[in-house]
Design a protein around this ligand. Structure first.
Ligand SMILES: [Ca+2]
Ligand SMILES: [Ca+2]
Ligand SMILES: [Ca+2]
Length: 202
């Protein structure tokens, strides 16, 4: 029987390629690995759908996970339509809404949030992107012993009016102090560098 010259070359993988292929397939989940536990965990909130009354104009989508009260369990800071939310992890699969006592409820709703220790004092602070002035909230846990956030946007120099969607944090100039890279959809980037505790826009 005459054989086709086009179908005789076997597909040969190197040992490295086979190992990579095997490793990748071993990471593919074949069953559901996440369960919906928002309600029993105390995190379920019903809000109007985007475009519906009460949520007509914008999407508030940000959240940040960090241990805000330094008890060893990861907590959540969530941007909301009506106000922001701070959920404290009790270490037993449940979160407690501590928004009011921490002063979060009175802060205008954010679009995005990033958690970081901007003053290097050992507690997690938050930078909020929003439609309007951007905000930096200082965690006073280390000073007062209680979890409470203080608006230091003006003194830190980050209170810029913008359509802020998101931000990232990193020490871009290597001086040991975290810097903020924020995005203003309306204009151009905000790039703030903290020096001696005060932000400088560059
Ligand atoms: Ca915690
Ligand atoms: Ca701090
Ligand atoms: Ca820096």
């Amino acid at each position: 029987m005459r054989r086709s010259p086009w179908l005789t070359v076997p597909c040969v993988h190197s040992a490295a390629e086979r190992a990579a292929e095997t490793s990748f397939h071993s990471l593919v989940a074949t069953t559901d690995i996440f369960s919906e536990v928002s309600e029993p965990a105390g995190l379920a909130v019903t809000l109007p759908a985007f475009g519906a009354a009460g949520n007509e104009s914008f999407t508030y989508h940000g959240a940040a996970a960090a241990d805000f009260n330094n008890d060893g369990f990861i907590d959540l800071f969530v941007c909301g339509i009506d106000h922001n939310y701070l959920y404290l992890n009790d270490g037993h699969g449940h979160f407690r809404d501590a928004s009011r006592e921490a002063g979060i409820e009175s802060v205008p709703p954010c679009v995005g949030v990033v958690a970081f220790d901007y003053d290097n004092d050992g507690d997690e602070d938050v930078f909020l992107t929003s439609v309007g002035p951007q905000m930096l909230l200082r965690n006073r846990l280390k000073e007062d012993g209680e979890l409470a956030f203080q608006d230091v946007s003006d003194s830190a120099g980050v209170s810029r009016d913008a359509i802020g969607f998101s931000a990232a944090v990193g020490d871009v100039n290597g001086d040991g102090l975290p810097d903020i890279y924020g995005i203003d959809v309306k204009a151009k980037q905000i790039h703030s560098v903290f020096r001696e505790g005060r932000a400088q826009t560059v």
